[in-house]
Design a protein around this ligand. Structure first.
Ligand code: S3P
Length: 438
């Protein structure tokens, strides 16, 4: 049975919270720990379903991964050549990151493997990683000529390439770098805009030679990766939901502690500040090579903006909740240059246009974005809205319910567990009126 969330007009949100660990960093911590030699200890790891899929995949390839306590793991690295052939299909569930990163890694491993996932993942584009990996000599097949999973990988010795990526995608960049790790020589990727750089940072921390020259990143094959201690920062992509909720619900004043503020991830902060959002970064510090701060957020009347196109890659996961902020801003907000949103866990442009228009917002759908007409005080609400089984659509529409005259029921919220286990309960602890319901 699908689980639904019911969100109602909320009293002011108050309190201090922490959000679960960063999803991108958590996947990478498991992957690099497995490929290093010696022990890695990871704390505050995201125990969402996506990361649990990555853990299960590495266990399936013979890596010892021990859960010490909640969020705390010990991984016994096997080295770049120590993975064992998995004896079953590796099921990546809903996780595009796990699927694409492992495709890169497994292309250069001397064994056979098959990667698959849920219905959403099996409809997402894989050609963007398969095509450059084939240029390296990879043998990968799949549906539609390798554009769609399941993917069948016959691991090979690869040759290094210099790849010019047509998309700013950290998953593409990382897939190629992972293939390059196990390949003699220098492999490089140049992107049209800088995508999140957690791979570069973490690989350097594990001891790899990573050079950056503008938008080009180069990795030297066969580095000696050595086990590390990693503290995963709070996920800014999860913090985005209580953050926007506090900006929108009158009288709110909350603090979200220990949020990762890597500049390749803070596009939403920049947009909300530009709209007049009162967000303060307190106690800035560094944890495990990543910048972190506490974010104090207070209710603010937002102004509509035109989203600068260069911010898009730095805010790519946050547009569903940004749509909700724009729906309560004064004026018309315009987003363009965000066609990547159409190939996420759902088509996030049409999913948000559908959901918000059902609760009284006037939006115009564009091929690469949307025009959103802000409503000053409250949305109408009073409708059932579809999450399209997308965790971020589900959470975004539930936040919209907190500032609606009538309750909003969000249908099919099970996948919130992929990235933000405990979401509804954490929002309740701030005073939000969000409950699980039939
Ligand atoms: C991610 C990269 C982004 C992002 C995804 C996580 C990563 O995808 O949307 O949630 O961890 O590398 P793209 O690389 O497709 O932009």
């Amino acid at each position: 049975m699908r689980k639904n969330l019911i969100a109602k007009e909320s009293p002011p949100l108050k309190g201090r919270i922490t959000v679960p660990g960063d999803k991108s960093i958590s996947h990478r911590a498991i992957i690099f720990a497995a490929l290093a030699t010696g022990e890695t200890q990871v704390t505050k790891l995201l125990e969402g379903e996506d990361v649990l899929r990555t853990i299960a995949a590495f266990r399936g390839m013979g890596v010892e991964i021990e859960r010490l306590e909640a969020g705390s793991y010990r991984i016994e690295g096997v080295g770049l050549d120590g993975l064992a052939e998995p004896n079953d299909v590796l099921d990546m569930g809903n996780s595009g990151t796990a699927m694409r990163l492992l495709t890169g890694l497994l292309a250069s491993q001397p064994f056979f493997s098959v990667l698959s996932g849920d219905e959403s993942l099996r409809s997402r584009p894989m050609g963007r990683v398969v095509e450059p990996l084939r240029k390296m000599g990879a043998k990968i097949s799949g549906r539609d000529g390798g554009k769609l999973a399941p993917l069948v990988i016959e691991g090979q010795e690869l040759i290094p390439i210099e790849y010019n990526s047509p998309v700013a995608s950290a998953q593409v960049k990382t897939a190629i770098m992972l293939a390059g790790l196990n390949t003699a020589g220098e492999t490089s990727v140049t992107e049209p805009a800088l995508s999140r750089d957690h791979t570069e940072r973490m690989l350097q921390a594990f001891g790899a030679e990573v050079q950056r020259d503008g938008l080009k990143v180069t990795i030297d094959g066969w580095p000696d990766l050595v086990g590390q201690k990693i503290v995963v920062p709070g996920d800014i992509s999860s913090a985005a939901f209580p953050m926007v909720a506090a900006l929108l619900v009158p009288g709110s004043d909350i603090t979200i502690e220990g949020v990762g503020i890597n500049p390749t991830r803070t596009g939403l902060l920049d947009l909300l500040l530009k709209m007049g959002g009162q967000i303060e970064q307190l106690n800035p510090r560094e944890e495990g090579g990543e910048p972190v701060a506490d974010l104090r957020v207070r209710h603010s009347q937002l102004q509509a903006i035109e989203v600068p196109v260069d911010v898009v890659p730095r805010a790519i996961d946050e547009f569903p909740i940004f749509f909700v902020a724009a729906a309560l801003a004064d004026g018309q907000t315009v987003l363009r240059g965000a066609d990547e949103l159409r190939v996420k866990e759902s088509d996030r442009i049409s999913a948000m246009v559908d959901g918000l228009s059902r609760i009284g917002v006037v939006l115009g759908e564009l091929p690469d974005g949307a025009m959103i007409q802000g409503i000053w005080e409250r949305l109408a609400g009073g409708a059932d809205v579809e999450s399209y089984s997308d965790h971020r659509i589900a959470m975004s529409l539930s936040v919209a319910g907190l500032v609606s005259h009538n309750p909003v029921k969000v249908l099919g919220c099970d996948n919130i567990n992929t990235s933000f286990p405990g979401y509804a309960e954490l929002m309740q602890s701030l005073g939000a009126d969000i409950v699980w319901g039939g």
